[in-house]
Design a protein. Structure first.
Lengths: 113, 700
């Protein structure tokens, strides 16, 4: 059995990679990929926690049972939103490239042409 | 109180309405409208005052006290808007409204060619309001309101020609010096509140008379209160050591000098002392100091008056000297005599100032007597009224000044608190008064008219004197520049609107003293003193009583009891001496300024040192400048201005500004407009939150 902390450490590493990629890269597509990386790092911690609560049932302070499935549900939501975002985002990126002929974010920091 | 209400509050209020109308709308009025409004309200006030006095005259309830409203209530202390009319305030209110009205009339003519006509009458009416508040108040606090108010009006009117630096500075000087005196008055009031719990005259004097003050409340306290009040009076009434503002106050228009700085405002201190006589009577040491200050002022100012060449300055020093007489009278517990002299002085000194104004008007704004002369034939009416006033102030019988001055000198000789020394100084002062007044008279009205000329004898000394003296003389030919058109060659008598008040005042100067003919002359009683007697009835205690605290009403009357036959002889002798002093003064003035005009120069050359000393007014102004003004200015500049104000206060304010500016300058870098740097801040913030949560162990 892999302990929870390993998952979380992996998740933190992935998230940090995403953050640094987001901050340091200038190419819009790379930035976009970094965002996806961060989202999935979070997804990883969601499912890790969900799995953890499955194996270690616990009660809330109110006395109700923790519903372990909620972690999974969140992951699905995140995936759906990420897919939608990717669709919209890629469309925007293509549009930007068509008009500006560059994907360097420092050159597209103005809304006006 | 079974009398009909007199509505005394109307008396001061009327001039205030006049001031309000002229002050708010006067700019758009024609001069005729302005003067009508001002005169109307002053006259109405006069009529109301006469009516009030008339109603009470046959011997109604006096003092008549009327409380209009409550002003301040704090615990057991309360100060009402209340008015108080007894014999003392009757005299004051009649003098103020009467002389005030005459001077208003005169001003219409005098100020006709000046700018700011409406401003002048606004201030003048405002002054009347405050002065009447002062004399009619029924408690010290309301009196203090009037006291401060007349100071304000005085400041505004001295600085009336505010374009001139000297006038503006004179106004400031008057105000500041008065404030120093007011400080003493305030402390005195606080002492009264602390120990009597009230400021109402009736209550305070009642408590004193019935001995209801606490046993530990001994002589020391009364002396302290007396000295504090006296200090207030020295400021307002221009006594040593605070007299210095009055000569400079001559920068104001001449009617102002007549009304405020001769007839009414400067007598407020005398009124205050006379009003507080119950306190002073219990404080023999304070009275002694009052007498000494009065005496010193009288002779000191008289000597300074001798060397002045500016006609108004001579009168200013004469005013100080005469006020010294009044204070002296209060100091020997002859309050009635002081008030008597106050009244006659109001007549003849107002006349002298107005007459001087008429002379100045006639010669086109010139104020230096050395450039006048021979005006007797050219302005005969002014000459005759000035003559009456000069004889009155010099103390020739039967002019008014004789009776009042004689009354004071007699009291200084007889009264328990008096003494031969005070009397001798008083007589010498009388001689000096006569000398400088006739000097003015001869220089102005006799000899040759010599515009633009300066007597050779005196010029040598004026030239050798430091520049500012000559400069003062020159710069004093103030705002009558409009009249310059008349030119020096064309000396003209003033219009009747100016002469009529002069004539009325001249009559009063002559006959005004007859209400107080002393007993030894008329055989009957002294009406004036008898009239005031109910107010002043509690005389001072004798010296043996003074040594021990008085527990009751065991005071004796000092009203120089009915003189016996031998006393009458002494009285005649005293009166004769003061007349002799006046005659000697007249003789020397005639000798020096009429017969042998070269003599003054020779004498001045002979005693050059003393002459210069007196010419510079004993260097008092310079001394005050060196001792008080300069160090205070230096302290204020270095410590309070550069140190506290600029260093600490400005430093704090500017420091707060520059600190936030500096911080902002650094923080500005965060707002780069670069999305990724914002994202980095968000990441750093998130990391910081996580770090804190780990650090604190949230959720454990």
């Amino acid at each position: 059995m892999v302990p929870l902390s390993w998952y979380l450490i992996l998740s933190a590493i992935l998230f940090s990679l995403g953050v640094f990629g987001f901050l340091l890269k200038r190419n819009i597509i790379t930035i976009f990929m970094s965002i996806e990386l961060m989202l999935n790092a979070v997804n990883l911690s969601f499912v890790a926690f969900a799995n953890y609560w499955n194996t270690h049932p616990a009660k809330l302070a109110s006395g109700a049972n923790v519903v372990p499935l909620s972690g999974h549900v969140f992951v699905f939501f995140v995936m759906v939103v990420a897919a939608a975002e990717a669709a919209v985002g890629l469309a925007i990126i293509i549009s930007v490239f068509r008009t500006r002929e560059t994907l360097n974010v420092d050159q597209v920091n103005l809304l006006k042409l | 109180m079974n009398q009909p209400s007199l509505n005394l509050w109307v008396i001061p209020l009327l001039p205030l309405i006049g001031a309000a109308i002229n002050g708010l709308f006067g700019r758009r009025f024609k001069n005729a409208v302005v003067s009508t409004v001002a005169l109307l309200f002053t006259a109405a006030s006069l009529v109301w005052a006469v009516h009030a006095v008339w109603t009470l005259w046959p011997g109604g309830d006096r003092p008549y006290i009327e409380t209009v409203a409550t002003w301040i209530t704090a615990g057991s202390f309360s100060a009402p808007f209340g008015f108080y009319l007894d014999q003392l305030s009757m005299i004051m209110v009649l003098v103020v409204t009467g002389v005030g009205f005459l001077i208003h009339v005169y001003s219409v003519g005098y100020m006709a060619h000046e700018g700011g006509f409406y401003r002048f009458f606004t201030y003048l009416n405002l002054f009347m309001f405050f002065m009447l508040t002062l004399v009619l108040a029924n408690n010290y606090l309301l009196m203090f309101v009037g006291w401060e108010g007349v100071g304000l009006a005085s400041y505004l009117l001295i600085g009336f020609f505010f374009q001139k630096d000297s006038a503006a500075n004179a106004g400031k000087k008057a105000f500041i010096v008065n404030r120093i005196g007011d400080f003493g008055f305030l402390i005195g009031m606080f002492l009264i509140i602390q120990h009597f719990g009230t400021l109402n005259y009736a209550d305070v004097f009642g408590k004193i008379a019935s001995g209801h003050y606490t046993p530990e409340l001994g002589w020391g306290l009364f002396t302290a209160i007396g000295l504090c009040l006296l200090f207030g009076a020295t400021g307002k009434s221009a006594q040593v050591p605070l007299y210095v503002w009055l000569p400079d106050a001559m920068e104001g228009p001449t009617p102002v000098s007549a009304l405020i700085h001769a007839a009414t405002m400067v007598t407020a201190g005398i009124y205050m002392i006379a009003r507080s006589h119950a306190i002073f009577n219990l404080a023999p040491h304070a009275l002694e100091i009052v007498a000494i200050i009065g005496c010193l002022t009288a002779i000191f100012a008289a000597t300074m008056g001798i060397t002045q060449t500016d006609i108004k300055r001579v009168l200013a020093y004469s005013t100080i000297s005469q006020l010294g007489y009044m204070v002296l009278a209060c100091g020997v517990a002859a309050y009635a005599a002081g008030i008597f002299h106050l009244m006659t002085h109001a007549f003849f000194k107002a006349l002298l100032f107005l007459g001087a104004g008429s002379v100045i008007h006639a010669v086109g704004g010139e104020q230096d007597m050395r450039r006048m002369g021979g005006l007797r034939k050219k302005i005969p009416i002014t000459f005759w009224v000035m003559t009456a006033a000069t004889f009155a102030i010099a103390g020739f019988p039967p002019f008014s000044g004789f009776f009042s001055k004689d009354e004071i000198l007699g009291a200084a000789f007889h009264n328990h608190f008096g003494g031969p020394v005070l009397w001798v100084i008083g007589v010498i002062t009388a001689g000096l008064t006569s000398f400088y007044m006739f000097r003015l008279w001869f220089m102005t009205f006799f000899g040759e008219y010599k515009p633009g000329a300066i007597d050779e004898g005196e010029e040598a000394h004026a030239a050798s004197a430091p520049a500012h003296v000559a400069h003062t003389a020159a710069s004093h030919s103030h705002g009558h520049a409009d009249d310059e058109a008349h030119g020096h060659g064309h000396v003209h008598e003033s219009p009747w609107i100016m002469l009529a008040p002069l004539v009325i005042l001249a009559v009063l100067s002559v006959v005004g003293g007859w209400v107080g003919i002393p007993q030894f002359m008329s055989g009957g009683q002294n009406h004036f003193e008898h009239f005031l007697a109910p107010v002043m009835e509690s005389g001072p205690p004798t010296s043996t009583q003074a040594a021990v605290p008085v527990t009751g009403n065991d005071t004796i009357s000092t009203h120089a009891g009915p003189p016996s036959e031998e006393n009458a002889g002494q009285e005649w002798l005293l009166a004769g001496t003061s007349v002799a002093a006046a005659v000697i003064g007249l003789f020397f003035a005639w000798l020096l300024y009429f017969k042998r005009r070269d003599l003054p120069g020779l004498i001045a050359a002979k005693i050059h040192g003393i002459y210069l000393l007196v010419l510079h007014k004993y260097y008092i102004d310079e001394g005050y400048g060196a001792i008080f003004v300069k160090p205070l200015l230096a302290l204020s500049t270095v410590v309070f201005w550069h140190g506290v104000d600029q260093g600490i206060i400005d430093g704090l304010v500017n420091g707060a500004g520059s600190t936030s500016k500096g911080i902002g300058n650094e923080l500005r870098r965060m707002q780069s407009g670069n999305i990724r740097s914002y994202a980095a801040w968000v990441a750093v913030g998130g990391a910081a939150v996580v770090a804190i949560m780990i650090w604190l162990g949230v959720g454990k």
